[in-house]
Design a protein around this ligand. Structure first.
Ligand SMILES: [Mg+2]
Length: 265
């Protein structure tokens, strides 16, 4: 049967076929973890720095996140517990700001207050619900593949108002982490989609976009900060021509030619 080319819909090249499903990273892709941590720092620390303005807490968070002593990496390597690295990173900032009374008791209280406040501060980015609505309307299944433990990320999605995301692969699902191919493939298996017809959307160029492309998915780099793509430390270009770059999730809707989607670029 002949088709009218003027009525064809724009979209991915025919050789790639229709997108059958979408998998997302969670932190800094669906939820604004940076903002949640910054807000939790203000809650946990405001009694020590009562005169701090919002800008002061932005600076506090920036110093904390810079983690110049690599406490987070040293926690990952087994040198500290997760709670300890939070206290140590706070100590660096309080020391730098000249807050003398951040003693061991206050450090323990900081850890506990931060632990309570941070999950309550988790919010989804404003472009998340519209893209999920559009995917639902198009009948395209979606889920998450994350490099944190399942229960922690399940609670985070629920707190962010994203309980509708049912498929979730955590770092403890297969005891493997991105960019290992099997975690991306497990996400496809749970969605019921073929990898070549599944998009993976994440903010980390190498772990998310390159990693998923190498696993046989279609990698999409969500570059919210409009940063330059980092160079590939392995020097391989394998899979890189499969990567698409977007700066927000409204653009994902445009990429997939989804309707309806209120575009607020
Ligand atoms: Mg991320």
């Amino acid at each position: 049967m002949e088709t009218d080319a003027t009525q064809s819909t724009p979209g991915p090249p025919p050789s790639k076929g229709r997108v059958g499903g979408v998998l997302f990273d969670i932190d800094e892709t669906l939820v604004d973890l940076y903002q949640a941590m910054r807000d939790a720092m203000e809650v946990a620390g405001r009694d020590l720095l009562p005169a701090n303005t919002a800008q002061d807490w932005d600076l506090f968070a920036a110093i904390y996140m810079a983690d110049t002593h690599n406490y987070y990496d040293r926690y990952v390597a087994g040198e500290f517990t997760f709670a300890q690295q939070r206290g140590l990173r706070a100590r660096v900032v309080f020391d730098q700001l000249g807050t003398a009374d951040f003693d061991e008791v206050r450090e323990q209280r900081w850890i506990e207050d931060f632990e309570v406040a941070q999950p309550l501060s988790i919010r989804a980015f404003e472009d998340v619900v519209p893209i999920l609505d559009a995917l639902d309307a198009a009948g395209i299944p979606y889920g998450c593949v994350s490099n944190n433990v399942y229960d922690y990320q399940r609670a985070k999605l629920d707190q962010a108002g994203l309980a509708r995301i049912q498929v979730l692969v955590g770092i403890d699902t297969l005891d493997a982490a991105k960019p290992a191919p099997q975690v991306f493939l497990e996400g496809c298996r749970q969605l019921g989609t073929r990898p070549a017809q599944t998009l993976y959307v994440g903010d980390n160029y190498l772990i998310d976009a390159v990693g998923s492309a190498r696993a046989g998915l279609r990698g999409v780099w969500l570059n919210r900060e409009d940063a330059l793509a980092p160079s590939n430390p392995e020097g391989s270009t394998e899979g890189l021509d499969e990567i698409t770059e977007i700066t927000n999730l409204f653009e994902l809707g445009l990429l997939l030619a989804l309707e309806p989607l209120e575009v607020r670029l």
